[in-house]
Design a protein around this ligand. Sequence first.
Ligand SMILES: *Cc1c(COP(=O)(O)O)cnc(C)c1O
Length: 425
Amino acid sequence: MNTTLALLGGTPVITTKEGHYTWPRITPELEASVLKQLHESLSIYDRSGIFARFEQAFADYHGRRYALVENSGTSAIYGMYEGLALQPGDEVIVPAYTFFATVSPLLHTGAIPIFCDCNQDGNINPDEIVAHITPRTKAVVVTHMWGLPCDMDAIVQICEQHGLILLEDCSHAHGALYKGKKVGTFGQAAAWSLQGQKIITGGEGGIILTDDATLYHRALLQGHYNNRCKQEIPRDSDLFEFALTGYGLKLRAHPLAIAIALQQFGHLDEWRQQKQDYAQQFSEALAPYPFLKMPRFSEKQPSWYAFMMQYDEDRANDIPLDVFHRALLAEGLTEVDRPGSTGPIYNLPLFTKPHIALPRLYKTPFTQKEAFPCADSFYHRALKLPMWAFPDDQFIVHQYIQGIQKVCDVVLNCPESLLAPASLQ
Ligand SMILES: *Cc1c(COP(=O)(O)O)cnc(C)c1O
């Protein structure tokens, strides 16, 4: 067994550069579903065909009444906000640590995002939610970060107690469960991305679920004008007269995308179980290293969109995360990543200077008086692995475990070698 780190001139654990993790996997079954749809229809005006089949399957799986496919997860999130008929000046409590598209569509409503710090697991902190409620608060949005469900007992209780609407961004969390209950079923509405990297993907796409008829009809009008609105909005509704034009946007999904998503969806539970098995292998193999904190998930069944570790430099014999990460990459572990665009979002220009970007809705900048130390810390310490989903990934999983153990052993037992000038360049 070679123990000299590749970063210091040794032999890498993995020498193949490509194909460590490919998502989605293009199987003959997937190809057939695309071809079938290609011959069936490339544009669907109403709730029929592949849209109806996917929406029905997704709604049934979650036990929800209405489902609406969109052209992206961002559009699906926008649809939830439109569904609430928010007014300028309304406040919506949002995570400080998430992907920005959880919040950016809110800026098209005139409402004010109120950022809220996270827990040590990266998910929104319920105590911080309470601390940010004001008489203007209308809703709370949570993201189940990296597929780990938020603390839903506490969050649901807070929202009920204060009469707040709860929305879930489940874009990382397809099929995840909290105490046996699926995410996306805790609030008034939930949205999922079906973008290329997501667990259920159509390449691009999104979906909303809700039990609330008015919310659903408003989301329909926002992006699905004419036939579908006429078909689904009751004639005696105040909203029916807008059915022809909708609210001016078109956010309809592409049928080929939804055909892909439906085929993928059929494998969701099997993938979650396989990912869980591999996640367990990583957790157990890496548990002995005190400077690597594994995700904790008691009472939760994560979707394992990613396996997020937290690197604690103070317990790593002063080896900086940057050096640790470079040592892993040198071993050929090319999938180990430090996430960039998913992180603390409270400082992004859209959320501090909306009066420049969207002057029709905002007159003044948002002055951020607050710090979000947990969001910053989680981001700076985060080390991400994809989580594999197929039985034949066992060998690559094993290699990744070996590679991480090899670098960890050096951090633990001879950190001096890693602090030598050669590795710090
Ligand atoms: C991917 C993602 C989105 C946006 O979805 P798109 O389909 O890319 O528009 C929103 N929120 C989260 C948490 C995401 O990961």
